[in-house]
Write a protein that binds this ligand. Structure first.
Ligand code: UT7
Length: 332
C-alpha cells in the first residue's frame, strides 16, 4: 500500500479592511515611505479595528472562507491547530474559540506558539495526525493581530507588522502529492533579540509593566536580520538537497514575509528567479503566523497539481524551518 501523505486540499484567508499606509505612519513616527520601502519592501498593512475583536475573529473568517470554497461540513473537522502569538486571551486557546465560531463541534483544537515559524510548525504537526491515520480533516490556521502588541511610538517595530489570518485544510492522499518533507529548528538563546517582556508568568501585568511599555514587541532588528538571512536560506537549500530538487524543479518558493531583502537572499541561495517567489509583503507587511497561509490564499489560482513548493520561515524564539509540498489540486 502506498504511503499516506497529508495533502493541502483547500485554502482560506482573511485580512481586515483598514489599510495603514506608509504615508499614515509618517504622521505617527519619524519615518518615511522611502525608508520603509527600501529597507523592508512594505507599502501598507491591514489593521483589525473594532471593540472586542481578537485574532480568533480573523481565524474564524479564514476558516469560513475555506469551508465555503471546499464545501466541507464543519462537523467533519477532526482537529484545528492555530499558530498565533496573539491569542484573544492566555486561555482558552484561540483555536478553541474558532472551533466554536465555525461549528466544528466534533473537533479538538489547540494553539501553537512559534512566532513567525508558527504556521510551518503547525503544518508539520497537523500533517502527522493525517499520516498516522488518526484523522481525516485537519485545519491549520496561522494568524496574528500584531497591532495589539505593537508600540506605535516605536518606529523600529510598528512599521513592520500587520494583522491577518489564513488557513489550509489537510486531508489524506495516497497520490504523489502532499507534504513530502519538513525540517525545523529552534534556539532559545535568540530570545534576547526578539520578545515581549511582560504579560507572561515571569512579569505579569502591573501598572509598572504598562508604564515601562513592556507589553509590546521588542526587536533588535539588525541582529535578527543576520540570523534570519542565514538560517532561512540554509534550511531552504537543505530541503532541496535532501529531496534532490534542483532550482528548475521548484515551481514556487513561499517564504515568510518579514523583509524583502531576506526573501531575495533566500531565493538567490536556492538559485530561483523572482517570478517563482510568492510575495505580498508590500500589501500586508509581516502578519507573523499569517504570512504563509495568506501567500497560499493569494496565489492559489496560479498553483497547479504536482507543483513543487518550498515553504520557509524564520522568527522569534529563534525558530525556523522549511517544508517541501507537492501541490495537490488545480484551482477551479
Ligand atoms: O519576522 C520575524 C523575524 N524578524 C525579522 O526577520 C526582522 C529582521 N530585521 C529586519 O528586517 C531589519 O533589521 C529592520 C527592517 C527591522 C531594520 O532594518 P535595518 O536595515 O536592519 O536597520 P537598522 O535597525 O540597522 O537601523 C538603521 C537606521 C538606524 O539609524 P542610525 O542608528 O543608523 O542613525 C535606525 O534608527 O535606521 C533607523 N531606523 C529608521 N529610520 C526611519 C529604524 N527604523 C526606522 C524607521 N524609519 N522606521
Amino acid at each position: 500500500m502506498s504511503k499516506v501523505r497529508a495533502a493541502i486540499t483547500g485554502v482560506g484567508g482573511y485580512v481586515p479592511d483598514y489599510i495603514l499606509t506608509n504615508q499614515e505612519l509618517e504622521t505617527m513616527v519619524e519615518t518615511s515611505d522611502e525608508w520603509i520601502t527600501s529597507r523592508t519592501g512594505i507599502k501598507e498593512r491591514r489593521i483589525l479595528k473594532g471593540e472586542n475583536l481578537g485574532v480568533s475573529y480573523m481565524g474564524a473568517k479564514a476558516v469560513q472562507n475555506m469551508i465555503a470554497k471546499t464545501g466541507i461540513d464543519p462537523k467533519e473537522i477532526d482537529l484545528i491547530i492555530f499558530a498565533t502569538i496573539t491569542p484573544d486571551m492566555p486561555f482558552p486557546a484561540a483555536a478553541n474559540l474558532v472551533a466554536a465560531e465555525v461549528g466544528a463541534v466534533n473537533a479538538f483544537s489547540f494553539d501553537v506558539g512559534a512566532a513567525c515559524s508558527g504556521f510551518i510548525y503547525a503544518l508539520t504537526t497537523g500533517a502527522q495526525f493525517i499520516e498516522s491515520g488518526a484523522y481525516k480533516k485537519v485545519v491549520v490556521i496561522g494568524g496574528d493581530k500584531m497591532s495589539a502588541i505593537l508600540d506605535y511610538t516605536d518606529r523600529t517595530t510598528c512599521i513592520i507588522f500587520g494583522d491577518g489570518a489564513g488557513c489550509v485544510l489537510l486531508e489524506p492522499t495516497t497520490e504523489d502529492v502532499g507534504i513530502v518533507d519538513s525540517i525545523h529548528k529552534s534556539d532559545g538563546t535568540g530570545a534576547q533579540f526578539l520578545h515581549m517582556k511582560a504579560g507572561g508568568s515571569r512579569i505579569p501585568a502591573t501598572h509598572e509593566s504598562v508604564d515601562a511599555r513592556q507589553h509590546f514587541v521588542y526587536q533588535e532588528g539588525s541582529a535578527v536580520f543576520k540570523f534570519a538571512v542565514t538560517n532561512m536560506a540554509d534550511f531552504a537549500a537543505k530541503i532541496m538537497d535532501r529531496n534532490k530538487l534542483k532550482a528548475d524543479d521548484i515551481a514556487w518558493l513561499a517564504p515568510h514575509q518579514a523583509n524583502k531583502r531576506i526573501i531575495d537572499a533566500t531565493a538567490s541561495r536556492m538559485g530561483i528567479t523572482e517570478d517563482k517567489v510568492m510575495m505580498n509583503i508590500e500589501r500586508y507587511g509581516n502578519t507573523t503566523g499569517g504570512t504563509i497561509p495568506l501567500l497560499l490564499w493569494d496565489y492559489e489560482k496560479k498553483l497547479k497539481k504536482g507543483d513543487n513548493l518550498v515553504i520557509a520561515a524564520f522568527g522569534g524564539g529563534f525558530t525556523w524551518g522549511a517544508i517541501y509540498v507537492k501541490w495537490a489540486y488545480d484551482s477551479k
